[in-house]
Every structure is written in C-alpha cells, then in structure tokens.
Design a protein around this ligand. Structure first.
Ligand code: ADP
Length: 476
C-alpha cells in the first residue's frame, strides 16, 4: 500500500477475487467531490468477474465453515489491527473519495475496527430448547453460505465491516460490492483481507452500479446484507425472491427529533445541529425533521442559525474543516432541489446559498416555518438541510412524527427522562435515543420498521441473521 496518500497520488487499486488481487475488466473514474477531479481509475468488474467472485466464495465456504469459531475470530481481530495500523494511509483516501473531513475519516476507521472487535467477541453457542427424560432438543447456528455485502457511499468502511464481520464469524464467505462512487478504501481494506484470510473467504469487486443485480439474483448467493435507499432495497428484495435469499435491508429514514418544552435552547442547539448535520447530513439515522415546542421555537431556531452560519465547510483535507461536500453530483442536485422547494414554502434562516466553483458544497442550512407537506419534511433529504417545525402538544407531534413511510430512528430531548420515555415509547421506529444521538455500540442492534427495511445489524441478533437455526431433536 502507498505511503501517505496525497491528492492525485491515490495509488493503484485491485479487485480481490479468489485470494488474488486482479485488475478489473475495465476502469471507472472515482471523483473527489470536493474538487471534482479524478482521485483514481478504479477497476471495474464485469459480470464474469462477479461470477468468479461468487464461485471463489462458494469454493472457500466448506473449509471456512468447518474452522472453529475461535480461529475465524482470530483472523477478524487481525483485520481490526491492520485497519488501525493503516489508518494514516486509508483516512486521506476515504476523505478524497467520500468528501468527509479527515477527522471524520479517522473516526470512521476507528469505529470500523471497534465494530470488528466488538462483533468478533460474540459467540454462537448451541442452545438446549427442551429436555426431559425421553428427549433432548438442541438448536445450533449454522452458516448460510455465500453472503453478498452491498454497501452505500456514506460510510463505506463501517458498512463493509459491519456486514463482513458477523458473516465471517458465523462461518460464511463473502463478496463485498461497494457503491461505485466510493469503492477505493473498500478495495484497500480488501488488500488487507487478502493478507489475512484464506483465498475466496473475502472477495471485493467494484462496479458501475450494474453488478448489484447480478449478486442479488445469483443462485449461489445465500444472503444479501444491503444498506442503501428504499427504492433500491425494493429491487433487491424482488430479485432475491427467485432464490429465496435471506435479507437484511437497512434502507432510508426520515428520523424525527422531538424537542420538549423544558430544555434550554442554548444547550440543546449544538446537539440537534450535530444530530442533523454530522457527515453533512448523509447518515441514514440523522435527525431529518426537528420538531420544537412552540414556547422555545424561536430561541432554538436562532441558536441553530448561529451554528449553521459559523460552520466551516470545505475540502476535508484542509485543516479546520468541519463539513465536507455532498458525496456525489446526483445527491448535490437533489438536495439543491429540496432547498429550492423549501425556500418557496418556508423561511431559510441560515445557509441555502449556492456554492461558487468546483465541489458539491452546501453550507448547513436551517429552514423554519415549513408545512409538513414540504419535500424537506416528508422526503429523506440526506444532506445538510434541517427543517425546524413548531408543535403545540405531544399527541400532535407524535402523530406528525409517525406520519412517515419510514421508521428507522429518532430522538427525544427533555430534562425529564420520564416524559421523554413516554414519547419514545410511542414512536414507530427501530431505535429512539433520549438526550443523545447515534450511540451505536457493536453490542446493540439497530434496524428499521415500515419502509426503512427489516432485519438488524450489530449485536447478537445481527450476528444471528447470518445463520440458519438447525434443530437436532434426539431421543434419549
Ligand atoms: P443511492 O440511491 O443513494 O445511490 P443505492 O441504494 O442505489 O443508493 O445504492 C446502494 C448500493 O446498492 C450501492 O452499492 C449500489 O451500487 C447498489 N445497487 C444499485 N442498484 C442495485 C440493484 N438493482 N441491486 C442491488 N444493488 C444495487
């Protein structure tokens, strides 16, 4: 791997297929969203290479599944160590392809290795389900086979290892396919995997948005672990139906933050701002609709506007930058369209100005006074734009928060844990945080309800989703 990666010196990249680092059938340019310059020509697999990757994973499966879990764990821990050791090289690459500030890139790598360690510590013991004088019934957890891990562009490394680790620990083999706009760091982690795991256990291919469907329809893929949009998730589910694949679908969200009347606007504003703007709002679990009680609405809006105006946006490699660009042009144009719609229906109280020059930059933007029917309120913006909405009473705000097709996460903010808990219990989502946000330790599962998907990632439950329960029922 390269020494410190500088712009324009991103190095060369290879696919990992059957233990070999190989070029793609062609290449695809990866664009730095801060400069719109090419970071690197990324190898692009063709259908034959995707099929080779699945075949390699299938061939490697029996031996890998037969190894004791403790041996599989030991190799995963080596991967965590390797990511830590290579973080100084990987972080600038992640910044260049994804856009996030360097500190955020280091943080992502740190969370990735912590998730590997946390998940690899789990066990899959046999359980005795029934026992009496005549009978003993045991449940074992068997691996499924080949898992396809299809990942998005907001947290490429965390998303990769959060799927890879439980899949491998349980004894499956894996084909990873990152998003076409952020494949580079994933391929470098693939290089680390090549040094650690037996050939075929981990395969990494990159595409131009054209091989996901090959994996989801492939008869030799047993499970799809997918994170992405709800629209694409539906295609994954339809395609996987032909072969009855197991699925984990982590899809879109439109999380509400509900701010009760007893909080201090100055104290709460930075927390809300972070909840909405972290990673430039490109987080499935970001706070995407902020409901504030009418008694403190104006004060909270004023504090949020101050924070948005002071936020330092720029190239993530530059010192002091807090927010990078949007990751790709399509998302940039979409968020600009949502801001235009919001401007016509509400009041843009900070940000919202078009950026001059190259790069997909949007200053953190705060919009007040929108109706719930505005695009910024009812769609998933996935960008640094925050609608702040006024409410009068809790029944009303809970109904409005739940009136979404999504149900991923949400937050409640109050001095009274008891009051917050009452609200949290009535929100129709997979996770609710109270007086905090995005606390996702590897021991705690998260997942969505409604159109946010199904299945969970992380935790024992997340691990078990990479297994098939096998019942052995014996006479004594
Ligand atoms: P976005 O719309 O935000 O770009 P997607 O949900 O389309 O996000 O992408 C998430 C991942 O799904 C990416 O790796 C992408 O290449 C992949 N993907 C795109 N289309 C399909 C498909 N039809 N089947 C499986 N995966 C797909």
């Amino acid at each position: 791997m390269n020494a410190q990666l500088k712009p324009g010196q991103a190095g060369d990249f290879r696919l990992l297929i059957g233990g070999k680092l190989v070029p793609g059938a062609s290449t695809i340019d990866v664009i730095n969203p801060a400069t719109e310059q090419v970071v690197a020509a990324c190898p692009r697999a063709d259908v034959a290479q995707a099929n080779q990757a699945v075949a390699a994973a299938k061939a490697a499966f029996p031996a890998w599944a037969a190894r004791p879990l403790s041996e599989r764990r030991a190799l995963l821990l080596k991967l965590a160590d390797a990511i830590d050791a290579r973080a100084p090289e990987l972080a600038p690459l992640l910044t260049q392809e994804q856009g996030k500030p360097l500190g955020g890139a280091f943080f992502e790598l740190m969370v990735a290795s912590a998730n590997i360690r946390g998940l690899a510590a789990l066990e899959l013991p046999d359980a005795v389900l029934a026992e009496d004088a005549q009978t003993r019934v045991i449940r074992q957890r068997r691996p499924l086979g080949v898992v396809a891990a299809i990942t998005p562009w907001n947290f490429p490394v965390i998303m990769m290892v959060t799927k890879l680790t439980p899949a491998l620990l349980a004894g499956n083999t894996v084909v990873v396919k990152p998003a076409p706009t952020t494949p580079l760091t994933t391929l470098k982690v693939g290089e680390l995997c090549a040094e650690i795991f037996p050939p075929g256990v981990v395969n990494v291919i990159a595409d131009a948005n054209d091989l996901g469907g090959v994996l989801t329809a492939h008869p030799d893929v047993a499970k799809i672990a997918f994170t992405g949009s709800t629209t694409t998730g539906r295609k994954v589910m339809a395609s996987a139906a032909t072969t009855l694949k197991r699925l984990t679908l982590e899809l879109g969200g439109n999380d509400a933050a509900i701010v009760l009347d007893d909080v201090n606007p100055q104290e709460i504003a930075p927390k809300l701002f972070f909840a909405a703007m972290v990673n430039s709002g490109q987080v499935c679990l970001a706070a995407k609709r902020i409901y504030v009680h009418e008694s403190i609405y104006d004060a909270v809006c004023a504090e949020l506007a101050k924070l948005a105006n002071a936020a330092k946006v720029g190239n993530g490699l530059d010192e002091g930058v807090e927010f990078g660009p949007l990751q790709n042009r399509m998302q940039f144009e979409k968020v600009k369209g949502i801001i235009d719609d919001a401007r016509s229906q509400g009041k843009v109280i900070a940000g919202g100005q078009p950026h001059q020059g190259p790069g997909f930059f949007i200053q953190p933007t705060i919009v007040s006074g929108l109706p719930d029917s505005a695009r910024l309120v009812c769609e998933e913006q996935f960008g640094p734009v925050m609608p702040v909405l006024k409410y009068k009473n809790l029944d009303e705000v809970i109904e409005r928060a739940n009136a979404s097709e999504y149900g991923l996460g949400g937050t409640v903010w109050s001095k009274s844990t008891e009051r917050a808990l009452e609200v949290a219990a009535r929100l129709d989502t997979g996770t609710v945080w109270i007086n905090k946000h995005l606390d996702l330790p590897p021991s705690v599962p998260y997942g969505g309800v409604k159109q946010s998907g199904f299945g969970v990632e992380l935790g024992q439950q997340g691990l078990e989703e990479f297994t098939q329960a096998k019942i052995i029922n014996m006479a004594k």
